[in-house]
Every structure is written in structure tokens, then in C-alpha cells.
Ligand binder design. Structure first.
Ligand code: AMP
Ligand code: GLY
Length: 437
């Protein structure tokens, strides 16, 4: 097959873009990119039923590196945006760079800041980035001895990628030893658990902070707040995130400056000194404590669901922004935001984050999403005989823009009331901290 030609001129450029992933984050990215006049054609691998409305979906899994590379070459893709961490840690950016394809995201070495919690903690230690005190262990008995000496509460984490499930906040020794058992002895997370990081328990309020990094310039995005627990009032098991909003009033201009000065900039400089220069979006999970901001962990991609409200609030051309980041041109960029709050509520399948049914029908989406300031981003959905059915745990992300957090929240819940999906559930208190503050 012969590659189709594409028009590669920066300025009057029309680009063929490929987004990798299939969640709400990737729907939001595709939606934002598709609005750009610079977007000629947009593909998403593998995408979902919502992404189909704004991009051509291609049945290639996000972790099918060979399949992605072949698609990129055959279709003369100009720019690749990688959503999830897996392909980044596996080195997709390295392979694309070898083919001279511009891509958004860190290479494999820099992606290890998400791929190894211990590596990040060591970097924090070397460059004085405030974070919880910690120790690393590859021997379960030594880990237990340390826990016994430290006392509880204490946090036990599998070192590697564990789909958000490898973190145990332990109230007592039984829980902490149980976590060591699961991670290191029963190997429930495979080789991700061959090492553990044991951390001091931090008290405070969490925030999600994002910065675009192009190799020279570091540009903060709008701070957000996620809701990790499955149920209202932060009850129930931890999930990938049940809702998010931005901006988060917890991170005002003064706090943002501290985060940049004390956490983000020293990390980026330290990473470069360590021979792991970072490019892409650095996502700092933060605890805002009485002593100031402290790092919980780094991710090397946009947050899901945080990306959904961030994309909705973004006024600038998303394609131009991500491309400027990938091309090292952020110094020429000033991001514009809508002067409003965006809030996203996740609809999940009953049972999530445990076992859940797939293939249940969802109705009412057209009506629920018909206003301009509402977007229903899809996560785990697919089409089946023209019907939209669920295909995952987190299924829809109802996102609204409003003048205030209260109005965004009201609009999002009004839209949800129009969705007919008896097999789903959602939290009814997304944004409660901002509403109370
Ligand atoms: P992580 O996957 O590392 O972001 O951790 C998942 C969740 O565990 C975080 O969002 C926090 O709620 C909690 N957590 C992780 N580390 C700590 C810590 N050192 N102190 C208190 N809570 C923590
Ligand atoms: N919402 C948290 C994450 O994307 O990891």
C-alpha cells in the first residue's frame, strides 16, 4: 500500500492526527483536537462509540505497538497523541521518533516516573521535592520489619504499574502486612509488585496538577480535583476517578506558584540532570498539607477524568497546543481558558470497581447532550446494532461548563437525569469541596 501524501507546513498546516486510547480522556482529546482548523483528518485507536462521532476509529489496541506503527506509516500520520501510560512506558514515543513522527508524550525513560514509584521517590529525595518519607524494599520480611518500626497508619504501594490498584492506605499492622502479602508474596500485581514503596501517611486535601513540558518551557495548566472513592462522601473503594472539576479553588495563584517552584520545576530540572528529560504532560497528584504542597505521585499523561473538564475549559486550539509542546515551541504559547468552571460526573456500571455487567443499553444521550455547554464524553461504550451499550467499568463522563462550580454541577446533574441507564450509578456530590469553600 502507498502512503497518502500530507501537507506538512507549519503555519498553514493541515495535519493527520492519531490519538491512542479508548477512554473518556481520549474522547475529550479527540473532541478538542477535532475543533482545530489545523486538523485535516483525525483517527483514534481503538476509540469508543462516542469518539466515532468526531474521529475515525481504527480497531488497533492501545498496547499493539506494531499495529500502531504500521497504521502511522501506511496512513502518513503527522502527529500522534498518546492518552494512556501503558504505551508510553513501553516506548511508543521512542519508536515514533525513530520514524520521524511528531508525538505528544514522554519517551520510555521519562515515562518511568509513572512506571516506578520508587524511582520518583528517589528523584524527590535527590532534588528536595517535598513528599512523604519513604523506604523501598524487595524483601517482604524487611518491609514488614520497617512497617513494625514505623507504626500505622502507613501506605504500602506496589512499585510498578498496577492500574491504580496497587496502593494500600493501611490503618493497622494487619492491613499493612496484608498489603505486603498481596503485593510481594501472592504477586497479585505480577512483576509490578516485586518491589514496594512504603510511605508515611500524609494528611490534607488532594489536587491534580498538570504542566506541559516541551524540553525547555514548563507551562502549568488549570489545577483540578478528582474524586477517587466510588461513593458519596468519599466512601467505598478507590476507583480510577468518579468525577473532577477545574479550576480547583484549593490551588489559588499563590499555591500554584509554590507547586511550580517547589515541586514541578525541581522535578523537571532534576529529571534532565538524571538523563531522563521529560516531554509531554506531567501530572502531579498532590496532597495540600498544613506544611504546604507535597507530591503523592507522578503520572506521565493526562488524568482521567480530569482531562475532560480541562479540555472543555480550554479556549485555545488544543491541536496547536499539544503540537507546540511536542515540537519544543511552548515558549511562543499563551494558553487561553474560558472564564468558567467545568465539572465532570462519571457514570459507571453497577459493581465497578469490582465486577460488573457489560452490554447494557444506554438511552437518552442525544437529549442529555444537546446543550452547547454539556458534553457527554464516552469511556466504556460500544455500538451494537445501532444501540449504545456499555463495555467497561467507567462508561460515560457528563461534563458541563458553568459560570460557577454550582451552576456547572447543576447542569451536569440535570443532563444525567435525562440519561436512561438503569444498570449504571454515579456520585451525587462531585465538586462538594469547592461548593463548601
Ligand atoms: P496513588 O495511586 O499513589 O496516587 O495513590 C492513590 C491514593 O492513595 C491517593 O489518591 C491518595 O488518596 C492515597 N495515598 C497515596 N499515598 C498516600 C500518602 N502517602 N498519604 C496519604 N494518602 C496517600
Ligand atoms: N484520575 C486519576 C488518574 O488519571 O490517574
Amino acid at each position: 500500500m502507498v502512503a497518502k501524501t500530507s501537507t506538512k507546513y507549519w503555519g498553514i498546516l493541515k495535519l493527520k492526527v492519531l490519538v491512542i486510547g479508548s477512554g473518556g480522556r481520549e474522547h475529550a482529546l479527540c473532541w478538542a483536537i477535532s475543533k482545530s482548523p489545523k486538523c485535516d483528518e483525525l483517527f483514534c485507536a481503538p476509540g469508543n462509540a462516542g469518539i466515532e462521532q468526531v474521529a475515525s476509529t481504527v480497531p488497533i489496541a492501545a498496547n499493539d505497538m506494531q499495529g500502531i506503527l504500521e497504521f502511522v506509516e501506511k496512513n502518513a500520520i503527522d502527529f500522534v497523541v498518546v492518552g494512556p501510560e501503558g504505551p508510553l512506558v513501553d516506548g511508543l514515543i521512542n519508536r515514533l521518533e525513530k520514524l520521524n513522527i511528531t508525538a505528544f508524550g514522554p519517551n520510555a525513560l521519562a515515562a518511568e516516573f509513572e512506571g516506578s514509584k520508587g524511582l520518583t521517590k528517589d528523584l524527590c529525595d535527590r532534588y528536595n521535592v517535598p513528599t512523604a518519607n519513604y523506604a523501598r524494599f524487595d524483601d517482604p520480611n524487611a518491609a514488614k520489619e520497617y512497617i513494625r518500626n514505623q507504626g500505622t497508619p502507613i501506605v504500602v504501594k506496589a512499585d510498578g504499574l498496577a492500574a491504580g490498584k496497587g496502593v494500600f492506605v493501611c490503618r493497622d499492622l494487619t492491613q499493612a502486612f496484608g498489603a505486603i502479602e498481596k503485593i510481594m508474596i501472592k504477586s497479585e500485581f505480577g512483576k509490578a509488585g516485586s518491589e514496594v514503596v512504603i510511605e508515611e501517611f500524609m494528611i490534607g486535601e488532594e489536587a491534580s496538577f498538570f504542566a506541559l513540558v516541551d524540553g525547555k518551557t514548563v507551562l502549568p495548566l488549570v489545577p483540578a480535583q478528582d474524586h477517587k472513592a466510588a461513593f458519596d462522601e468519599d466512601e467505598g473503594p478507590n476507583t480510577g476517578g468518579m468525577g473532577a472539576y477545574c479550576p480547583a479553588p484549593l490551588v489559588d495563584a499563590k499555591m500554584e506558584k509554590r507547586i511550580m517552584d517547589e515541586i514541578i520545576n525541581p522535578t523537571i530540572q532534576g529529571a534532565a540532570l538524571d538523563g531522563r528529560p521529560f516531554k509531554g504532560v506531567l501530572f502531579a497528584g498532590l496532597m495540600i498539607t498544613d506544611e504546604g504542597p507535597k507530591l503523592i505521585e507522578y503520572n506521565v499523561r493526562f488524568g482521567d477524568p480530569e482531562c475532560q473538564p480541562i479540555m472543555m475549559r480550554l479556549k485555545s486550539d488544543a491541536l496547536e497546543l499539544l503540537l507546540s509542546c511536542a515540537k519544543g515551541r511552548l515558549d511562543q504559547y499563551e494558553i487561553e481558558w474560558h472564564n468558567s468552571t467545568a465539572l465532570c460526573v462519571v457514570l459507571a456500571a453497577d459493581g465497578y470497581p469490582g465486577g460488573y455487567e457489560k452490554g447494557t443499553e444506554i438511552k437518552g444521550l442525544d437529549l442529555a447532550g444537546k446543550e452547547d455547554d454539556i458534553m457527554i464524553f464516552h469511556a466504556g461504550t460500544e455500538k451494537n446494532n445501532g444501540r449504545i451499550v456499555s463495555s467497561g467499568g467507567r462508561v460515560l463522563n457528563v461534563t458541563a461548563l458553568g459560570k460557577t462550580v454550582e451552576s456547572a454541577r447543576k447542569k451536569a446533574y440535570e443532563a444525567i437525569s435525562l440519561i436512561d441507564w438503569p444498570e449504571g450509578f454515579y456520585r451525587s456530590d462531585i465538586g462538594w469541596r469547592a461548593v463548601q469553600s
